[in-house]
Design a protein around this ligand. Structure first.
Ligand SMILES: [Fe+2]
Ligand SMILES: [Fe+2]
Length: 177
């Protein structure tokens, strides 16, 4: 058995703060953002996995939607949260920590690749959790950390869009041959 490498220390002993933070605990903001960052990479993983797993008459079209949304989670959300964490001098977590950091984790994934509705429902569940969690972060940072507030507002509106897109595909997934 090979020895696991030591973990990279991604949170410094002392965080950087900026004058725009008002009566807010920077450590708590960092913790909330690290959990969101983990949720984003797990969502990216879930949707890419789904895009390649699903089979059936409508799978190609639905697969493309999953891939597109996966890219939003990674290139937009994950990257923007990582940028904000840099303002606190916090880096990307060790990959082994992503699961424990994540708030939403991943819902159980279906075993039947032809049951596209079940895959869509898992995605809807992931988006519902993301929306609830981003609302929580928004409430915490509102008027006290404007840059994070703006970031969360942007992501939240995307997650609502993803939720709607997946919901609208539900009936299409049902068409089985
Ligand atoms: Fe996201
Ligand atoms: Fe999303």
């Amino acid at each position: 058995m090979s020895k696991e490498p030591p973990k990279y220390k991604y949170v410094p002993d002392e965080l950087w703060t900026t004058p725009d933070l008002k009566d807010i605990d920077a450590k708590k903001v960092v913790d909330l953002l690290l959990a969101a960052l983990a949720d984003e990479i797990l969502a990216f993983h879930q949707y890419m996995l789904t895009a390649y797993a699903i089979k059936g008459p409508n799978s190609e079209e639905i697969s493309e939607v999953f891939k597109k949304i996966a890219m939003d989670e990674l290139n937009d959300h994950f990257t923007r949260i990582a940028e904000r964490l840099q303002d606190f001098n916090v880096d990307i977590p060790d990959f082994r920590d992503f699961w424990s950091l994540s708030r939403c984790k991943q819902p159980p994934l279906p075993s039947d690749p032809y049951d596209i509705d079940a895959w869509l429902k898992a995605a809807i569940e992931a988006e519902e959790c993301a929306i609830a969690y981003y609302r929580e972060i928004y409430d915490y940072v509102k008027d006290r950390d404007v840059r994070t507030e703006e970031l969360i507002e942007h992501i939240l509106s995307d997650e609502i869009e993803h939720y709607t897109l997946f919901k609208n595909l539900l009936s299409k997934g049902k068409l089985k041959s």
